[in-house]
Design a protein around this ligand. Structure first.
Ligand code: NDP
Ligand code: 2IT
Length: 445
């Protein structure tokens, strides 16, 4: 396999999609040996087939704002690969959304979903719609208009969307409502649904909980625990929230959260009532990072900077792709960081990843460490299919076990001769083998 040649061809075929190429390159580098050692993958031309999405759907979304103006956004669904199960993955509403960005996320999702051990293919979708500053009625009209088009491409055995940046319980409610009205079937096609209409307990917390459980497993390999550790978290959305709660429960002290405009450093730790206060701010659609620093006098707001300059034992990047670069990684290493567990998708740049691998710290890529979200989506689907609902303890115990299993798979495929575990390689190889073998079993279709 000539990686350089493959990447040149891919660049020609996918111009202006740097994040997609970044994600593909990382996986191909990891699986190079597996391809060499297994001629069946070359014979079946798996590489060319696995980097091409099965289907890309784009559509127009027209909606009226509160002033009566007509707005137009673009909607997308990238159905990347359904070799091991129906397409599954979140929807992102953010002005930065592009086709290339969603292809990167759909590609990653394919391997992540494979790692969960559950039968789910990979997909991603969304829109360049900006939910910031919109009224509730505007959000509802947009979600309805988006679903009036997307409904024809999804189904409980075809493609099951969920949340991502800018899409939480409220948006899923509005989208599911429109879907149900059009198809006249209550089939649970989304995950992340409200508790009263088919949602699973623990799904809101699951991604963050899983990210911390994965960190806990990594720490165990060095005889460490979370107790007494200082943790830096970025963002304060769904994933950051779950991570802050679980890290605190396991005895660590979380000292940062962040937004696009800067970060808050709270040496006393962000926990208890402080988290409730943050949630209140979030629910009221306000900026949260700066008001937090105004409310708690020991906390300080550091404008225009990222939390990675703070001395910490554990870093949990939970906001957005490429939010932690090579310099940030070097800062963390110089400050003695032990463990980095990605809550977001691809938050570390390739340069940052290289720094962590060279320093041989415990570093987990998002497709392994944030897989608890989609895994619990899988558990939501299972409960829907059984028409039963499990209690919180039962769901969390299953989530925990899945994270332990993903960690084991990464160790199996990522352990190097000196004992160091390259979790990037482990996750990519484990995720790849299952999908590639399923594609071979099913033939050229
Ligand atoms: P949310 O919309 O709930 O939160 C995103 C958070 O990131 C917000 O606090 C937002 O701040 C902040 N943010 C956005 N851009 C930046 C930036 N440039 N710098 C710093 N902070 C920023 O999204 P989620 O928590 O759902 O998603 C976060 C990440 O986790 C994404 O990468 C997503 O793909 C990934 N993920 C999500 C899963 C899920 O189940 N939701 C599952 C697995 C991964 P503000 O609100 O002020 O813009
Ligand atoms: O990136 C992700 O794994 C998600 N946004 C969750 C996807 C899902 O289907 O639960």
């Amino acid at each position: 396999m000539d990686l350089e040649k493959i990447m040149i061809e891919l660049e020609k075929k996918n111009p202006g999609q740097p994040e997609f190429l970044q994600a593909v390159k990382e996986v191909l580098e990891s699986i190079e040996d597996v391809i060499k050692e297994n001629p069946k993958y070359q014979a079946a031309n798996i590489i060319d087939r696995i980097v091409e999405p099965d289907r890309v759907i784009t559509f127009k979304v027209e909606w009226l704002d509160d002033k009566g103006n007509v707005n137009v956004n673009r909607g997308y669904r990238v159905q990347f690969n359904n070799a091991i199960g129906p397409y599954k993955g979140g929807l992102r509403f953010h002005p930065s959304v592009t086709l290339g960005g969603l292809k990167f996320l759909g590609f990653e999702q394919t391997f992540k979903n494979s790692l969960t051990t559950l039968p789910m293919g990979g997909a991603k979708g969304g829109s360049d719609f900006n939910p910031k500053g919109k009224s509730n009625a505007e959000i509802m009209r947009f979600c309805h208009a988006f679903m009036a088009e997307l409904y024809r491409y999804i189904g409980p055995d075809t493609d099951i969307p969920a949340g991502d940046i800018g899409v939480g319980g409220r948006e899923i409610g509005y989208m599911y409502g429109m879907y149900k009205k059009i198809v006249n079937t209550h089939n649970g096609v989304f995950t992340g649904k409200g508790r009263n209409w088919g949602g699973s307990l623990i799904r809101p917390e699951a991604t963050g909980f899983g990210t911390v459980y994965f960190a806990e497993e990594m720490l165990k390999t060095r005889g460490e625990t979370l107790k007494g550790k200082i943790v830096a978290v970025s963002g304060f959305g769904n994933v950051s929230w779950g991570s802050v709660i679980k890290a605190t429960q396991l005895g660590a002290k979380v000292v940062t959260i962040s937004g696009p405009d800067g970060y808050v450093y709270d040496p006393d730790g962000i926990s208890g009532d402080k988290i409730d206060y943050l949630l209140e701010l979030r629910a009221s659609n306000q900026d949260i990072v700066k008001p937090y620093a105004d409310q708690y006098p020991n906390a300080k707001f550091v404008e225009g900077r990222r939390p990675w300059e703070v001395k910490c034992d554990i870093a949990l990047p939970c906001a957005i792709q490429n939010e932690l670069n090579g310099t940030d990684a070097q800062n963390l290493v110089n400050n003695g960081v032990l463990c980095v567990s990605e809550g977001a998708n691809m938050p570390c740049t390739p340069e940052a990843m290289e720094v962590f691998l060279k320093a041989k710290i415990l570093y987990a890529p998002g497709k392994a460490s944030n897989a608890g979200g989609v895994a619990t989506s899988g558990l939501e689907q299972t409960q829907n299919a059984m028409k039963l609902s499990w209690n919180a303890q039962e769901v969390e115990q299953k989530l925990h076990q899945i994270m332990v299993n993903i960690h084991e798979a990464c160790v199996k495929y990522g352990k190097e001769p000196d004992g160091f575990v390259n979790y990037v390689k482990g996750a990519n190889v484990a995720g790849f083998i299952k999908v590639a073998d399923a594609m071979i079993d099913q033939g050229v279709i």
